[in-house]
Design a protein around this ligand. Structure first.
Ligand code: ARG
Length: 474
């Protein structure tokens, strides 16, 4: 017999609402039971709930709060429960409200009184806070791996296109020539920041709430540090009220997910444009597209559209969580049960999207000719001609004016700047020698932007290599 629980506590609890029904004179209303139950969605925490319970039990035994025999029984019972859950044979019951009570009840069914002692020095409030943090940690690791895969796919596509010229846009108007590889690397930057954001969130969440019990801590002499170490936390939460009520990490996580989906959404928007026959810059593999039931010619980038749409859902989840928390008095309130669905939904949405994107990016076919001719059409090298004049001694504003007039003239004649004859160039400014033509070529333009962060192919290649090194150690 454990010293913590005298025999009187081991009597059978009454039928419904086993965990607290001694206080009540009637069972909970059926609709209320459905309303308050979280089992349908929190059962996905089961694995983490068991992991935390096993560590808690081991700590209780080490501190002499339960016997070694109780611990052994709990371990055996939990192993059986874990197997039942994996096999799909575990009977989840809505009457037992949530994952914690379902597992505890089954444990007691299997091993008797030892199961009832597991909840010593613990509340569902610190229990659920611990479970979510454990789940979040594992989920962040999965998401980071998926982000690394997407970056890898982008690098693989960027590498052969380090020198492929496309128009760079501002205001979605042709601005200056850039390398397609350079364009893709912009997304690698975004997704690499996303990894660091998730990693930061993980580090801040990685503290142990257990020991906070319901809200004030526990009167038992437990060893929270040992428990934290056993569960891989970097320390313990230092305020019991905060430990059970803090969901900042959930907000941070959903914010990071929102940004990931925002980046995905921007990329999707471009993919959709590039797929449009008016651009025809890329083609997606058929397996990522759908047709139309009426228009036989259609090949629609549905996945990209849907991902753009799902970014709205991620933002909705973030807003839901912040709103959930903002008016809660300390400490735990049942409101917090509403944290799980937005969290799970954001995680699922982002993970599936990233996995599909890694594959979809890998299957992109590039139409370099279409990219090039689009860059040729929009006076993309006008800035280069102005820069040339500056190097010959003209003030930039004056150079800008001369080239702007030349563009107007060329546009009226339906030719590019490189369609001007040597004499016409000279007429624009006596400073323009035939050598200026080099600065009017697309290749000359991108090669000239040869500094860290510039679009010159040598720089793009160097960045790809640096990214690959970073990912290899991620
Ligand atoms: N299902 C609850 C949740 O998700 C567990 C904690 C419930 N605690 C309580 N005292 N009602 O937050």
């Amino acid at each position: 017999m454990s010293p913590a629980f005298p025999a009187i506590m081991t009597e059978q609890l009454s039928k419904k609402n086993e965990a607290w029904s001694g206080r009540f004179s009637e069972p909970v209303a059926e609709l209320v039971q459905q309303y308050t139950a979280s089992i349908d969605f929190d059962k996905r925490l089961a694995h983490y709930d068991i992991q935390a319970s096993l560590a808690h039990a081991a700590m209780l035994a080490k501190c002499g709060l339960i016997s070694q025999a109780d611990l052994a029984a709990i371990e055996t019972g939990m192993a059986r429960i874990a197997a039942e859950i994996s096999a799909g044979s575990f009977k989840w019951s809505i009457e037992l409200e949530d994952v914690h009570l379902n597992i505890e009840k089954r444990l007691t069914e299997l091993i008797g009184d030892a199961g009832k002692r597991l909840h010593t020095a613990r509340s569902r409030n610190d229990q659920v806070a611990t479970d979510i943090r454990l789940w979040l940690r594992a989920t962040i690791d999965e998401l980071c791996a998926a982000l690394v895969a997407v970056q890898g796919a982008l690098l693989d596509l960027a590498e052969p296109h380090a020198a492929t010229v496309m128009p760079g846009f501002t205001h979605l108007q042709v601005a200056q020539p850039i390398s397609f590889g350079h364009h893709l690397l912009a997304y690698v930057e975004m997704f690499s920041r996303d990894v660091t954001r998730l990693t930061d969130c993980r580090a801040r969440a990685n503290f142990l709430p257990l020991g906070a019990a319901a809200l004030a801590g526990t009167s038992f002499a437990i060893d929270r540090d040992q428990l934290a170490t056993a569960l891989g936390f970097s320390g313990v939460c230092h305020n019991s009220l905060d430990a059970v009520s803090d969901r900042d990490f959930a907000v941070e996580f959903c914010a990071a997910c929102t940004l990931i989906m925002t980046h995905i959404s921007r990329l999707s928007e471009e993919i959709i444009l590039w797929m449009n026959p008016a651009f025809a810059f890329i083609d997606l593999a058929d397996r990522f597209c759908t047709g139309s039931s009426i228009m036989p010619q259609k090949k629609n980038p549905d996945v990209a559209e849907l991902a753009r749409g799902k970014s709205a859902r991620a933002l909705g989840n973030l807003v839901a969580l912040v709103t959930l928390i903002k008016a809660q008095p300390l400490a735990y309130n049942k409101d917090n049960q509403e944290d799980k669905e937005p969290l799970f939904d954001s995680a699922d949405t982002v993970l599936m999207t990233l996995r599909i994107y890694a594959d979809m990016i890998a299957g992109i076919r590039v139409n370099a000719k279409a990219m090039r001719s689009a860059a040729e059409r929009g006076f993309a090298t006008a800035t280069d001609l102005a820069d040339y004049l500056v190097r010959r001694g003209l003030a930039f504003r004056d150079a800008h004016e001369i080239v702007a007039r030349a563009v107007r003239d060329c546009a009226a004649r339906g030719i590019g700047l490189d369609g001007l004859s040597d004499a016409e160039l000279l007429a624009l400014s006596p400073l323009i020698e035939p050598a200026a033509r080099a600065s009017l070529t697309l290749e000359g333009s991108i090669a000239a932007r040869n500094h860290v962060g510039g679009t010159a192919p040598v720089r793009v290649k160097a960045e790809i290599e640096a990214h690959r090194k970073r990912l290899a150690t991620a």
